[in-house]
Design a protein around this ligand. Structure first.
Ligand code: ARG
Length: 255
């Protein structure tokens, strides 16, 4: 029995050493933390994580000769996990902010996004100013949450984007604040069964660049991946990936 326990302990330790995360440049795996509730960037399709960032990471992994390993979690666990070195990187439509830059390293941005305001079609809210003093639903840990908190809105936070959407459609909040491309995707799906129900306002709340996030200790890995990423932006591959995922692409300023 003792022998068995010892063998088990050794196997477990080996598993921990080789299994996940870390910043081992020699590892043949790239472990990415993601919250797959964010179409078209990452979404579950028949139990599989698919989307723009997955396509992009698969190309990056191919160039690095690594295998992509996807770890799924709620969005508010992605950055803390990356910061603690549990995963090689975070890819979750993560907006670069000065606050986050204190805790993680970012690649250059690969696209520009915005925070959209979604309301019910019969809402009196038609622009950002109308939203003053109103209640909003947001996803926990997002820039939508921090922006709305900092700007005096009554904020209802939800772990899952779908629950933030339901808060709006069931009349619990006046508006739902969420990244523009995901808003477009989720509103389209909702309106397919509820024609014209949800409306995305023309005026956005904020604009934000997306990038991949790494632990502060992963300087070499960030540099390696960033060089590949910038090339993929420059040569039009990123634009092509967006097109393949039926999403409009806004390229950020390079360099
Ligand atoms: N861009 C926003 C942020 O960085 C929201 C990202 C949400 N991502 C997700 N996979 N649910 O805070």
């Amino acid at each position: 029995m003792k022998k068995l326990a010892l063998i088990l302990a050794i196997v477990m330790m080996l598993g921990m050493l080789t299994g996940c995360g870390g910043n081992d440049a020699k590892s043949d795996k790239l472990v990415v933390a993601t919250s797959p509730d964010f179409p078209p960037f990452e979404n579950l399709e028949n139990g599989e994580v698919v989307g723009i960032e997955i396509d992009l990471l698969n190309i990056i992994c191919e160039k690095m000769g690594k295998e992509l390993v996807i770890e799924q979690m709620n969005f508010d666990s992605v950055l803390p996990g990356v910061q603690a070195g549990k995963f090689d990187l975070g890819a979750s439509g993560i907006s670069v902010t000065p606050e986050r830059e204190k805790n993680v390293l970012f690649t250059d941005p690969y696209c520009l996004a915005a925070q959209a305001i979604v309301v019910m079609a019969d809402s009196p809210i038609t622009c950002k100013a109308d939203l003053e003093g109103k209640s909003v639903s947001v996803q926990t840990g997002t820039t939508a949450e921090s922006f709305c908190m900092d700007n005096g809105y009554t904020v209802n936070s939800f772990e899952a984007n779908s629950d933030a959407q339901t808060a709006l459609t069931t009349g619990k909040v006046d508006a739902w604040v969420i990244d523009d491309l995901t808003a477009a995707d989720m509103v389209k799906v909702y309106n397919e069964s509820n024609p014209g129900a949800l409306v995305i306002l023309d005026e956005a709340m904020t604009t934000e660049p997306y990038a991949f996030a790494f632990s502060m200790k992963s300087e070499a890995l960030v540099a390696e991946i960033n060089a590949i990423l910038v090339e993929l932006v420059k040569d039009g591959t990123v634009a092509e990936i967006f097109a393949n995922n039926n999403a409009p692409y806004t390229q950020p300023q390079l360099g």
